[in-house]
Design a protein around this ligand. Structure first.
Ligand SMILES: Cc1ncc(COP(=O)(O)O)c(C=O)c1O
Length: 433
């Protein structure tokens, strides 16, 4: 749905929230948004924590009854009912889920995606494989102040292989809104020595969305590969990995995709590239004939060579349910709803939180942002603690950031209002002490 002009909601005077705080948009008007939301019924299946306003889907998405049922079915009817005889169907399902994720959420084709390991392991595997495939290129590129795992993995591989790491300036990636700025920052560290550049899709702190086609072109101009970490994008912001010319990608599925804690991340390798990449871990599942137990290692055709060992079947059931749910609704529809949630949050931030010392980090237009609102406040840590006591779950990133998650298919408009009202109330209380 589209919120249209969220400013129009402010007409009609201040409302009074459940937490006793008047905001510029009345709470009743926001409840009406939920009531008129054509996608509201897609949220009916959510399993909710009683009394909690959950605005932390950028960290861990909410469960659905469908996901719980699917996980339960794998355990009770397949594991208990079939035991080891279920392995054939489980192995097939790993491939099916990856292919469905590719088409529903990634703008990729069947055969380009594998699921099974954590984001960190997938990132390690793809960067290490790229470095080994291009030994003449001795430089890895990342973005300064990127999410820790993206920094550590590059540093670790470079230390092991004696490579150099260069980092693009963080500012343009975090600020967003100016694709040329991020391209220029990346280009300033690219040259013919670079093997692979790792960039965020949706910035973990600011939620700025990067222009992947422009970044891929910049990498390709010097013959480097582009690897995208879409942990904060997948399931919330459409990806066109193939059309954008992205070479490699990874992303967590337990955030806005709501696949569950421990659900496998995805790894994407564009068709045509994978045969050049030898997996760094020569595990038996990555072998072309795993059950033949051959003496030497020969990788599977295609992207499944990046699944080294036995995959997490139970956790993948949550992912299967999440992908089916997103596929039924449609990512474009989910994104429209996500933008409307973001527009409401931005409107409240400007009207009600800015006067209380908050500022928005990242783009100030919802369609340039992913699915969380980032606010800076000098007393961020205390605010987040105060909200937790009030039953409002957001999170804090040091030193001064509060992240408010609005998962497109798991957050109600009124929860955004309640979260912002709680922030306003907590800021007022702190200011008075
Ligand atoms: C950008 C980014 N990459 C990777 C990860 C997590 O990696 P893993 O799933 O291995 O814990 C996160 C987790 O928050 C993240 O924000």
């Amino acid at each position: 749905m589209s919120l249209g002009n969220p400013g129009a909601l402010a007409e009609g005077g201040a409302g009074r929230g459940v937490r006793g705080r008047a905001l510029s948009i009345p709470r009743d008007r926001v409840i009406a948004l939920d009531e008129g939301d054509p996608l509201a019924s897609t949220l009916d299946d959510l399993l909710l924590m009683p009394g909690v306003t959950y605005l932390a889907g950028h960290s861990l998405g909410r469960p659905t009854a469908a996901a719980a049922a699917r996980v339960g079915e794998v355990v009770t009817s397949e594991w208990a009912g079939l035991g080891v005889a279920a392995w054939e169907r489980w192995a097939e399902r790993m491939v099916l889920v990856a292919d469905e994720l590719a088409t529903v959420a990634l703008g990729a084709r069947s055969g380009e995606v594998v699921v099974g390991e954590s984001t960190t392991i997938e990132l390690y595997q793809l960067v290490a494989a790229a470095a080994a495939a291009r030994p003449d290129r001795r430089v890895l590129v990342g973005v300064a102040e990127d999410f820790p795992t993206d920094r550590y993995v590059l540093d670790g591989i470079a230390a092991r292989l004696g490579l150099e790491v260069r980092r693009a300036e963080a500012g343009p990636f975090e600020a967003g809104g100016d694709p040329a700025g991020a391209v220029a920052a990346l280009e300033s560290v690219l040259d013919e020595h670079v093997c692979v550049a790792v960039v965020p899709h949706v910035h973990f702190r600011s939620a700025a969305v990067a222009d992947l086609a422009l970044l891929a072109s910049a990498a390709h101009r010097v013959g480097a590969l582009l690897l995208v970490d879409s942990s904060h994008g997948v399931g919330a912001v459409p990806l066109d990995l193939d059309d954008a010319g992205v070479d490699l990608a990874v992303g967590a599925t337990y955030k806005h995709l709501c696949a569950g804690p421990g659900a496998p991340a995805f790894a994407f390798v564009r068709a045509g590239l994978v045969e050049e990449l030898m997996p760094p871990i020569w595990g038996w599942w990555a072998h072309e004939t795993p059950f033949a137990m051959r003496a030497g290692f020969a990788p599977q055709d295609g992207v499944r060579r990046f699944q080294p060992g036995t995959p997490p079947v139970v956790a993948t059931a949550g992912l299967a349910a999440a992908v089916a749910h997103l596929g039924a609704v449609g990512l474009a529809q989910a994104r429209g709803r996500g933008i409307a949630l973001g527009a409401l949050a931005l409107e409240l931030a400007a009207e009600d939180l800015a006067p209380r010392g908050f500022s928005v980090v990242g783009p100030d237009a919802a369609d340039l942002r992913g699915a969380h609102l980032t606010l800076s406040h000098p007393r961020a840590a205390e605010l987040v603690e105060a909200l937790a006591i009030r039953g409002v779950m957001v999170d804090h990133r040091p030193p001064s950031v509060v992240r408010v998650g609005m998962t497109p298919l798991a957050t109600r408009f009124v929860e955004v209002w309640d979260g912002m009202a709680a922030l306003a109330a907590a800021a007022d209380t702190l200011a008075a002490t």
